[in-house]
Write a protein that binds this ligand. Structure first.
Ligand code: NAD
Length: 471
């Protein structure tokens, strides 16, 4: 059993003062595979003090220095790429397919930020003023367990480019993934105090970051509920916040889409990270007159997908991260049945042969009304809702009839038509005819999916304060 009994503060792995321990269970077997020591408020304050001290000189560092740190971080992370993939698969049950892809994206974050930094102007002239963009200060980074290291890379790449120092609070469920990432950062050899890690609970370490006056910004990724708690807490010290929150993304098949091509991709977008992805396209909005054909295609694609052991290269859907989250997903499947949606495939219970872990059947409901809870609430599991529309005006109304606005997907054979439709969707990122990612392109939510943007220039500006010098 792995024991993670240190946090990373001021360039050193040290034992936290906090005395509590948390058992980490395998989502495949529910047996204990690791234990993590949980830090307390004092540990968090020590990490903040280290980041504050490092900020004095790092905030004044040159563009070249920051680029060299980004290059060192990228190289150190790339050397451990295989370990990073393996630990994701083991710790939260991410599929090998998904974890390999995502870990590679994390490396792209550094390349993209190096490119952005090369041309970014920190000094501008606007009207009669010289405008100076300076680092906002010490940033508290609070992140979830799904793709934990990917979020760390996006946020530290941006913080380093801006000249900010950071204290990272990973999810309590991600201690093993974080341990390897902290080792990479240590091996990269950037000066002590610039990047610190504190393992601990949200209402202890996360709350201290949120309230501490030496933190100037919180960069949060996680649920909408916790995002609101953080935003409320941050108001007292008027911290800047970026909140990357939940989603219930529409996946719209326009009338002219080629269903044979579109449906397999649309299904992939729904089951991304076994359905445990903020950007999962979990509402499949389809022409009513083609509903039978869509149902047949979706059923065939989903029943062909392997739900199984995440380390198997051909597994498309792995287990749910924890027993608690498994119960939640199961309850939504029961809710869908009770609401009167038609169960097309899957359903309650575990797939045969996978009873020990938190495995859920890949589930699809059809004839779903967009007002139903399974169409409005984020389930965070492999549950897809097919919602029919009469015409494209109604398709757009359904797509936007949601509290969320993180991502959306549009399928059409006519690019111009798809772009026109995309321009009316209220979501931070709309992908046409498939899944796409670009580490320079802004990502973030409309409505209850968040505040602010990450990646590229838009992301960098969120870590800077504008100062006008005039007169
Ligand atoms: P969560 O909100 O429960 O936890 C996220 C982090 O917040 C964890 O580190 C947790 O310990 C911490 N936290 C909990 N209570 C806190 C408090 N009172 N103060 C400060 N911090 C606190 O989310 P989760 O279950 O780990 O992750 C799943 C959620 O994350 C989903 O809703 C998903 O949509 C969202 N998510 C969003 C994005 C995005 O980019 N928009 C990406 C991935 C996941």
């Amino acid at each position: 059993m792995k024991v993670i009994d240190k946090i990373y503060v001021n360039g050193e792995f040290i034992r936290p003062e906090g005395q509590e321990k948390l058992a980490l269970l395998s989502p495949v077997t529910n047996e204990q595979i690791a234990e993590v020591a949980l830090a307390n408020e004092k540990d968090t304050q020590n990490a903040i003090a280290a980041a504050k001290a490092a900020f004095k000189s790092f905030s004044k560092s040159s563009r070249e220095t920051r680029i060299s740190y980004l290059e060192k971080l990228r190289a150190a992370i790339e050397r451990r790429e295989k370990d990073l993939v393996d630990v994701m698969v083991e710790e939260y049950g991410g599929t090998y397919q998904f974890c390999s892809m995502i870990t590679h994206f994390a490396l792209d974050d550094f390349d993209a930020m190096i490119d952005v930094l090369k041309d970014f102007s920190f000094q501008r002239t606007t009207g009669k003023a010289k405008v100076q963009l300076q680092p906002v200060g010490v940033v508290g980074i609070i992140i979830p367990w799904n793709m934990s290291n990917g979020f760390i890379c996006t946020k530290i790449a941006t913080a380093i480019a801006a000249g900010c120092t950071v204290v990272i609070k990973p999810s309590e469920l991600s201690a093993q993934q974080t341990q390897i990432m902290a080792e990479c950062i240590h091996e990269a050899g950037i000066p002590a105090g610039i990047i610190n890690f504190v393992n601990g609970m949200g209402d202890v370490v996360g709350a201290e970051l949120t309230r501490n006056r030496d933190i100037q910004k919180i960069a949060f990724t996680g649920s909408t509920g916790v995002g609101k708690i953080i935003a409320k807490g941050a108001v007292d010290s008027l911290k800047r916040v970026t909140l990357e929150l939940g989603g219930k993304s529409p996946n719209v098949i326009l009338e002219d889409a080629d269903l044979e091509k579109a449906i397999p991709t649309a299904v992939m977008a729904a089951y991304l990270n076994s359905g445990q992805a903020c950007a999962a396209g979990t509402r499949l909005i389809v022409p009513e007159r083609k509903l039978d054909q869509v149902n047949a295609l979706v059923k065939a694609v989903v029943e062909h997908m392997k739900v199984g052991i995440p380390s198997d290269a051909d597994t498309a859907v792995g287990p749910i991260v924890s027993q608690k989250q498994f119960e939640r997903v199961q309850s939504y499947i029961e809710i869908g049945i009770a609401e009167g949606a038609t169960l097309l495939t899957g359903g309650p219970g575990k797939p045969e042969g996978l009873e020990a872990g938190n495995f859920t059947k890949a589930t699809v409901f059809t004839n779903v009304d967009n007002k139903m809870r399974i169409a409005q609430e984020e389930i965070f599991g492999p549950v897809l809702a097919i919602i029919p529309y009469k015409d494209e005006e109604e398709a757009l109304a359904i797509a936007n009839d949601t509290d969320y606005g993180l991502a959306a997907y549009v399928f059409s054979e006519d690019r111009a038509k798809a772009e026109a439709f995309a321009s009316h969707i209220d979501a931070g990122r709309v992908c046409i005819n498939g899944l796409a990612h670009d580490s320079k392109t802004p990502f973030g939510g409309f409505k209850q999916s968040g505040i602010g943007r990450e990646y590229g220039e838009f992301g960098l500006e969120e870590y800077l304060e504008a100062k006008a010098i005039l007169g």
